[in-house]
Design a protein around this ligand. Structure first.
Ligand SMILES: C[S@@+](CC[C@H](N)C(=O)[O-])C[C@H]1O[C@@H](n2cnc3c(N)ncnc32)[C@H](O)[C@@H]1O
Length: 293
């Protein structure tokens, strides 16, 4: 298990969809339009990136969804089947176990790969890939891992789209005194080891952009902030409890103050007046000096 439950990924998917930068997604789609559109998604979870990007890309596509968590890989098939049913698309499984969706005249083939990207990143067949994607994953990895990925991209350059990496902004409304301390605890937590060594967290996009720029890629970034308002009470409640847990773990001396903070936040949530903005960024890198937004 990776610690990311199918339920949590399902809760975040609509927020991610609303937050993604459409311009960068369109530019990624345009960059692979004249290829066989073989796309690899890193840390794919239940397949949210496929569901967000395949309709933007259009035409025939061949996706490889890579993750190390067998529970999520199993949920992936269920979520893709549910997605196809909701749109009344044809769906079948071929002899190799790949899923094939029929979307009008287009065929979207989807395969899963069970792979630990820390231990075995170099096993990825980037030479057979026309576009590399990832979402809500880049901020988990280390500087060393980013160097390894950039090395692979230098040998097999292809368009790279990394969406929804945290950028460190966290704004509760209405503001309260202890927001800042909890925010600092959270920023520290985001840099803790997520299985790749010390995580880059909020620095991930800039570090990746710097390296890809040096490799001659044309890099663009855009904001993709989450806006969580009263329409998502369960998620907001979870974010309050998560902030409390992280705060108490990293600053045990402030447990009393943070518990009071959480109780007041839950009371605000009950009145429907609480909102939270969480900063994210999307990054698109295209090989060579091409024009992106
Ligand atoms: C925040 S979730 C994002 C999932 C999905 N991209 C989405 O947006 O719903 C991070 C994903 O990275 C995967 N992951 C974490 N460490 C991994 C590793 N070492 N190798 C492969 N996948 C990993 C997790 O299993 C999880 O699916």
């Amino acid at each position: 298990m990776s610690g990311f439950s199918p339920d949590w990924l399902a809760q975040r998917e609509p927020l991610d969809s609303a937050a993604r930068d459409a311009g960068l997604a369109n530019d990624f789609a345009a960059a692979i339009a004249d290829t066989p559109r073989r796309i690899i998604d890193l840390g794919a979870g239940t397949g949210a990136n496929l569901r967000a990007l395949a309709p933007v890309i259009g035409g025939d596509q061949d996706w490889l969804l890579v993750d190390k968590d067998p529970v999520l890989l199993q949920a992936q098939r269920r979520e893709i089947a549910r997605w196809a049913a909701a749109h009344r698309w044809g769906i079948r499984e071929d002899a190799s176990g790949a899923i094939e969706l029929t979307v009008g005249p287009a065929r979207w083939r989807v395969r899963s790969q069970h792979l630990d990207l820390q231990a075995s990143l170099e096993q990825l067949a980037l030479q057979d890939c026309d576009g590399l994607t990832t979402t809500a994953f880049l901020d988990l990895v280390s500087l060393d891992w980013i160097d390894r990925l950039c090395h692979l991209l230098s040998r097999s350059p292809c368009p790279f789209l990394a969406t929804l990496s945290v950028d460190g902004q966290r704004r509760w409304q209405p503001a309260m005194t202890d927001d800042r301390r909890l925010h600092q605890a959270f920023a520290q937590h985001q840099m803790s080891d997520k299985g790749f060594g010390a995580a880059l967290g909020t620095a991930a996009v800039d570090e990746m952009a710097l390296r890809l720029d040096r490799l001659g890629f044309t890099v663009a970034t855009a904001r993709s902030d989450w806006q969580i308002a009263g329409g998502h009470p369960a998620l907001l409640g979870q974010m309050i409890d998560e902030a409390l847990a992280v705060g108490c773990e990293l600053e045990p001396g402030a447990t009393f103050a943070f518990t009071d903070w959480a109780a007041r936040r839950h009371a605000q949530l009950a009145t429907g007046m609480l909102t939270l903005t969480i900063g994210h960024r999307d990054l698109l890198a295209l090989p060579g000096p091409v024009r992106v937004r």
